[in-house]
Write a protein that binds this ligand. Structure first.
Ligand code: FMN
Length: 131
C-alpha cells in the first residue's frame, strides 16, 4: 500500500481509465487491489505474489502521472482483501454526515480493519479539503 501525489489536473475519468487498463494487466499477473483518488492524491493497495506485485510496482513507480510515492505497508497476509477486484477505482470524495460509514460499507467484506481504517481516513481527508 502506498500514497502518492497525482499529476495536477488529472480528472476522475482519466483515473478510471488508468484503473481499467491496470485491471487488465493485473488480471494477467493475478494481482488484485484498489485505487482511491481525491483529485490530488492516490492511495493504492496491490496484493498478490510478492514478485508479481513488485514487478507491477516498478512500472507504477515510473509513471509520470504521479510522484512522491510513500509506502505505507509491505507485508505478508494470509489471504487477499480485494479478491474480486483486479483494480477498482474509488474517485468520489466523501461528503456529509454518515458518508464515512457508507464509504466503509462499500469496501470489500474481506478487507481487514486496519486497511478499512486507512482507506476511510484517506477518504475523510478529501472531505475535509473539499469542505
Ligand atoms: C496511481 C496509478 C496506479 C496505477 N496502478 C496500476 C496497476 O495497478 N497495474 C498496472 O498495470 N498499471 C497501473 N498503473 C499504470 C502503469 O503505471 C502504466 O502506466 C501502465 O501499466 C502502462 O500500460 P501500457 O504500457 O499498457 O500503456 C497505474 C498508474 C498510476 C498513475
Amino acid at each position: 500500500m502506498y500514497v502518492s501525489q497525482g499529476f495536477h489536473g488529472l480528472s476522475g475519468q482519466e483515473v478510471e481509465a488508468i484503473a481499467s487498463n491496470a485491471a487488465k494487466r493485473n488480471a494477467k499477473h493475478n494481482v488484485t487491489g484498489m485505487l482511491a483518488y481525491n483529485s490530488q492524491s492516490f492511495m493504492q493497495l496491490l496484493e498478490g505474489e510478492s514478485e508479481d506485485v513488485r514487478s507491477i510496482m516498478q512500472i507504477i513507480e515510473e509513471d509520470d502521472r504521479h510522484c512522491a510515492i510513500t509506502y505505507i505497508r509491505q507485508d505478508k497476509r494470509e489471504s487477499r482483501e480485494c479478491p474480486d477486484w483486479s483494480m477498482r477505482s474509488l474517485t468520489t470524495p466523501m461528503q456529509g454526515v454518515g458518508s464515512a460509514e457508507n464509504f466503509t460499507d462499500s469496501l470489500p467484506s474481506a478487507m481487514e480493519l486496519d486497511t478499512k481504517i486507512l482507506f476511510t481516513s484517506f477518504a475523510s481527508l478529501l472531505a475535509a479539503e473539499a469542505a
